[in-house]
Design a protein around this ligand. Structure first.
Ligand code: FES
Ligand code: FES
Length: 224
């Protein structure tokens, strides 16, 4: 499996970008969350099936993968079925990226790949060979200063238990960089792939509005 293929049609993160406005509006703005979650589950399910097929095809092969993660180059020989999520957490001990559903439905595992949001649980590391990955660990400055989006989540109580938060913050930066944060409604629509069981959506939306301008002018995670 080469890395020159455009995997965007098969990965959960990009599936999120393709969710139709009708689906997300009905589910998250005007209707019931249950209807939206069901629709999202269906979309994510097809991505999961595609991943399962890729994994079956890969068998037990080993592949050499080179990635730049948070500015650090890594080269690893991996089982071809290793997802980026597994690589981050199990191989590299970068456990800030969380496992939620592991099926492309919750967004807890969101990272930026070449500046674009993906669900790392649905993206094989082999597909990402040569890519630049940004995780929650890569957002703060070297001196410990938080990224403006991290600071805004703190300021606006954009979390309760915090489990979804790394994915929310990374996704929020992606959302702003994609140009989909012009209004509260747009933010809610384009953040709808990141679920929060604690229902901290109000604070999350406020934080994104607060950090929007600073994030637009920040190059963390956004340059491609
Ligand atoms: Fe990847 Fe839920 S979407 S863990
Ligand atoms: Fe608990 Fe979002 S803060 S799941």
């Amino acid at each position: 499996m080469g890395h020159h293929r455009d995997e965007s049609d098969e990965t959960g993160g990009l599936k999120r970008a393709k969710i139709s406005p009708e689906v997300t509006r009905r589910g998250f703005l005007g209707g019931t969350a249950t209807a939206g979650a069901t629709a999202l589950a269906g979309i994510a399910g097809s991505a999961q099936e595609a991943l399962a097929q890729e994994m079956d095809a890969a068998g037990g092969e080993t592949v050499d993968v080179s990635l730049v993660i948070n500015g650090v180059s890594y080269e690893r020989s991996l089982d071809a079925r290793t997802t980026i999520l597994d690589l981050l957490r199990e191989e590299l001990d970068l456990t800030g990226t969380k496992v939620g559903c592991n099926h492309g439905q919750c967004g807890a595992c969101t990272v930026l790949m070449n500046g674009t949001r993906i669900n790392s649980c649905l993206t094989l590391a082999a597909m990402a060979d040569g890519a630049r990955i940004t995780t929650i660990e890569g957002l703060a400055e070297g001196n410990g200063d938080l990224h403006p989006m991290q600071a805004a989540f703190l300021e606006h109580d954009g979390f309760q238990c915090g489990y979804c938060t790394p994915g929310q913050i990374v996704s929020a930066i992606g959302c702003v960089k994609e140009g989909h944060a012009d209004s509260e409604a747009e933010i809610r629509e384009y953040m709808s792939g990141n679920l929060c069981r604690c229902g901290a959506y109000k604070g999350i939306t406020e934080a994104i509005i607060e950090a929007r301008d600073a994030t637009r002018s920040s190059d963390v995670g956004g340059a491609s």
